[in-house]
Design a protein around this ligand. Structure first.
Ligand code: DGL
Length: 295
């Protein structure tokens, strides 16, 4: 994960009493809900606003400029809603765009990145698989991560084509999905991997399907709890932690750039949250034209 201090431009200043303002969490789609789940468990007093850019998911199939354009537009929208901090709960958007967003937003940011470091620390066979989007795997940030931590560990990097699309349609266990997963995971097992990095925030929702295939032969590395702890540290550093005003978890607000029905379904089935999801239009340079859905 990565963190940045506020620099300039859009957003509330991190001074005065902003502690009751919400934390914005954003993903290309539903995957960031796995991060939201960890944040709610770690920081139950924090109000959260979640945006799924599901109309334009998957980002992993988009060009770099499109991802940067959407990430910035949604970050600015969340800052205008009064978000005191932003979690870019998307490995692809972080890998591609976090530097740009850091320059433009005046609120603290927390990004996410595949758990290469914990995998290198924990793998006994020194062979680990990484499932992530093609954009994440080819990014300079990911290559730098590998160079830093992978000196004595072999990482088998596998683009998870089709997996984000499956989660977006709330498919976390069909026969077709299991077959796809098997085609990605069996070569890793054959190569002696004992660890699997879930390098996309959508993939923790596939943990049961993955477990059915690999049993306990692979240790799954999901960084969502570490991200929630990092958010806690960042809020503390900036004097932005919410103080408890009541018991229980503060309700979150959910938005989607599509009709939100799948977000509602996934939140109910996997997070046990009865969420009302509001549809929102967040224009951006690349999506302003009528035929804008093309990347
Ligand atoms: N959850 C996003 C990630 O962590 C998915 C990217 C996509 O939409 O392809 O990378």
């Amino acid at each position: 994960m990565s963190t940045e201090s506020p620099s300039s431009s859009v957003g509330i200043a991190a001074s005065g009493d902003n502690s009751r303002a919400p934390v914005g969490i954003f993903d290309s789609g539903l995957g960031g809900l796995s991060v939201l789940r960890a944040v709610r468990a770690q920081l139950p007093n924090e109000a959260l606003i979640y945006v799924a850019d599901s109309l334009y998911a998957p980002y992993g199939e988009r060009d770099d400029d499109f991802i940067a354009d959407r990430t910035l537009a949604i970050g600015e929208w969340l800052a205008k809603q009064g978000a005191k901090a932003l979690v870019v709960a998307c490995n692809t958007a972080t890998a591609q765009s976090i530097a740009l967003v850091r320059e433009k937003l005046a609120i603290p940011l927390v990004g996410v990145e595949p758990g290469i470091k914990p995998a290198a620390l924990q793998s006994k066979t020194r062979v680990a698989g990484v499932l992530a989007t093609q954009v994440t795997l080819r990014s300079a940030r990911f290559q730098a991560l590998l160079e830093r931590y992978a000196s004595d560990c072999r990482f088998l990097c596998q683009p998870g084509h089709g997996l984000v699309q499956a989660v977006e349609r709330c498919d976390v266990g069909s026969a077709e999905l299991r077959e796809l997963l098997r085609s990605y995971l069996e070569p890793m097992l054959d190569a002696g991997a004992d660890t699997l990095v879930l390098g996309c925030t959508h993939y923790p929702f596939l943990d049961a399907a993955i477990r059915d295939i690999v049993g306990d032969r692979l240790m799954l590395i999901d960084t969502s709890v570490a991200i929630a702890r990092q958010l806690e540290r960042v809020l503390e550093q900036h004097g932005l932690r919410a103080t408890p005003e009541r018991t229980g978890t503060v309700p979150a607000r959910f938005y989607s750039t599509d009709d939100g029905s799948h977000q509602q379904q996934l939140a109910a089935t996997l997070l046990h949250i009865d969420a009302t999801v509001d549809q929102v239009v967040i224009p951006s340079r690349r999506t302003a034209a009528p035929d804008s859905q093309a990347a």
